[in-house]
Design a protein around this ligand. Sequence first.
Ligand SMILES: C[S@@+](CC[C@H](N)C(=O)[O-])C[C@H]1O[C@@H](n2cnc3c(N)ncnc32)[C@H](O)[C@@H]1O
Length: 287
Amino acid sequence: MLNKNLFPFLKTINKKPKAYSRYTTPDLWCTPYIAKQMLSYHLNQETDLASRKTAFIDRSVIWMAKYFRINAQTKICDFGCGPGLYTTRFALLGAQVTGIDFSKTSINYAKATAKQHKLEINYVLQNYLAFSSMKKFDLITMIYCDYCALSPKQRRQLLKIFFNLLNDNGRVFFDVSSMAYFAAKKATATLEYSAGKGFWSAKPYFVFANAFKYDDECLLLDKFTIVEEKRIRESYNWLQCFSKKTIADELQQNNFKVIDCFANVTGESYEKNSPEMAIVAKKQTKF
Ligand SMILES: C[S@@+](CC[C@H](N)C(=O)[O-])C[C@H]1O[C@@H](n2cnc3c(N)ncnc32)[C@H](O)[C@@H]1O
């Protein structure tokens, strides 16, 4: 039997939403069933879906230790620390470490790892957009292009938080998707079926995956519409892409100055076709 509602429904799914019209990130990381899948992706050595693989993280922390001269005096705050893959390594270098994440599943895993290694790490289960502390840090990290998932307003809010948390000579280190990444991405629409125990639900579902491109804004959206027998959900994953100039301008407008730019968080040299950029910035001092 033909369902006449199907065509308009599919048309709605395929309609490009207004830029940053919805923020569903907390559902993606904090819904208990999905958070469990995410944790296994963080730890899975076959995929870079939630965290990069161990060999990359090891290389990255060895490079950061040297570049930022991490030692027992260094106070580090890692925004979106996930299961503590970087925070654990920073603490093993002797640094004084805080990690913030709103995924209970990830924070519990990170805390258990710290206990196992007898490390004192201050883990905070919280939305980092509302984080404040009397403590001041020498280094703030935000790794795996989390900055790109935030709207312009949220990014301004975050940079204010960074500004207030940093020591005068402190540095912030984070990675973003580049214009080369934006250029390579194509707008697509696909449909998949899971018979059960899939990524989005233990129950059977169809998932419509729409990749949208916003040329004027250099913005990407991966939108997922998950259709189960008794409910329909949407997940919006925004990805703001930057050029060296647009990220430098954005930081400058928020009282930061870029002092270095690399191809990624292992400190490789940035080239025009690098899909990412890793930015080191300092507070801009006003005279
Ligand atoms: C792509 S993962 C990266 C995790 C970690 N930085 C790594 O590379 O292994 C993003 C992390 O940020 C967390 N996250 C995203 N938005 C957040 C928010 N507003 N407040 C707190 N944590 C957030 C997620 O729960 C997730 O653990």
